[in-house]
Design a protein around this ligand. Structure first.
Ligand code: NAD
Ligand code: UDP
Length: 338
């Protein structure tokens, strides 16, 4: 298929592009590089041994979109978004404009070019703190911050769009906690500034870029007092997008799927696993809980297993080993490489 990948230079997009190219799809990426580097796309092509088409531009810019859709597109995988929860509380307008405004512009361009298939990056954040875990797709949606609200509004927008067009298909993928890196160590997660997420923070402590990890709360009602999440390997997540593209081609309508392993790990378990993978000590300090954090969030991935025929196969050891390889080979991320 001819696929348009928005945000394809980012963490999850770059890993997905490798697999899309390897599977024989033709890939166009549109990305404004606001949170990524063009070198990631060079490495994607090197890993896949195949070229992709890159349109550097913003999805809110109609001219950039026109260039991206030129030549014919069969389906869109939509990763492009701002994703930092704390920043979204400080800059809600920017988040609504970029994420929702960007999605509206993208879908208008899809309509203009007769494209009816969409795979969308949603998030487990749409569940807030669910009443029970592992959480199923039909659990109540209750977001707790502006970033989460943009994801929920985008889901609703896409649902309404599908409802209005019987032939359209959309797959809403609710990611739990993507971590790890391509096993080559050539691409991986490269947050700008201080990482918000646990795994890149731990990796930067291990490689010596940061002194210690702050554990946000050790008084949660969990066995070791720290928060529990469902971490999944980014290569498993990338594979899910291949399945979702095929699923969208075969099924009209809009469906949501949880993407996780179904198994939760605490912060302390993650630290121990990373210490084992890296052979480095990770100094930790327990501090106050982080505002908005939930105690435990894990996926029930049964729908994705059954309907997408997708299952996460890589365990915690591979997640840590691959993240560590990437961090060691690229201690400063993509910044100081050519
Ligand atoms: P990322 O920041 O690495 O990638 C997003 C990419 O989109 C970046 O390359 C950025 O430059 C680009 N982008 C942002 N706004 C754009 C715009 N207006 N026009 C063009 N390009 C734009 O993030 P990621 O971790 O790869 O996340 C990808 C998607 O998955 C996002 O939608 C995110 O909300 C969602 N998600 C991520 C996680 C996670 O933990 N990483 C969890 C759940 C959901
Ligand atoms: N966390 C932490 N220190 C950090 C970053 C995260 O203790 O520097 C904890 C956080 O409180 C949560 C877990 O690690 O319990 C996962 O957090 P992350 O931000 O990676 O994902 P999310 O909150 O989106 O699930």
């Amino acid at each position: 298929m001819n696929l348009l990948v928005t945000g394809g230079a980012g963490f999850i997009g770059s890993h997905t592009c490798v697999l899309l190219l390897e599977a024989g799809h033709r890939v166009t990426v549109i990305d404004n590089l606001c949170n990524s580097a063009a070198i990631a796309l060079a490495r994607v092509q090197e890993l896949a041994g195949k070229p992709l088409r890159f349109v550097e531009g913003d999805i809110r810019n109609p001219d950039a979109l026109a260039r991206a859709f030129a030549g014919g597109i069969d389906a869109v995988i939509h990763f492009a978004a701002l994703k930092a929860v704390g920043e979204s509380c400080e800059q809600p307008l920017r988040y609504f404009d970029n994420n929702i405004g960007g999605t509206i512009a993208l879908m208008q361009a899809m309509e203009a070019h007769g494209v009816q298939r969409l795979v969308f990056s949603s998030s487990a954040t749409v569940y807030g703190q669910p009443d029970r875990v592992p959480v199923k797709e039909d659990a109540p949606l209750r977001v707790t911050n502006p970033y989460g609200r943009t994801k929920l509004v985008m889901e609703q927008l896409i649902q309404d769009w599908c409802a209005a067009r019987p032939e359209a298909s959309a797959v809403l993928l609710r990611y739990f906690n993507p971590v790890g890196a391509h096993p080559s160590g050539r691409i991986g997660e490269d947050p700008r500034g201080e990482p918000n997420n646990l795994m890149p923070y731990i990796a930067q402590v291990a490689v010596g870029r940061r002194e210690y990890l702050r554990i946000y709360g050790d008084d949660y009602p969990t066995p070791d007092g720290t928060g529990i999440r469902d971490y999944l390997h980014v290569m498993d997540l990338a594979e899910a997008h291949l399945k979702a593209v095929d699923y969208a081609a075969a099924h009209a309508g809009c469906e949501a799927f949880n993407l996780g392993t179904g198994r939760g790990y605490s912060v302390r378990e993650m630290v121990a696993a990373f210490e084992a993978a890296s052979g480095r000590a990770i100094p930790c300090w327990s501090v106050e809980r982080r505002a908005g954090d939930v105690t435990e969030l894990t996926a029930d991935p049964a729908q994705a297993n059954a309907r997408l025929q997708w299952r996460a196969t890589r365990g915690l050891e591979a997640m840590c080993a691959d993240a560590w390889r990437w961090q060691q080979m690229n201690p400063e991320g993509f910044t100081h490489v050519s």
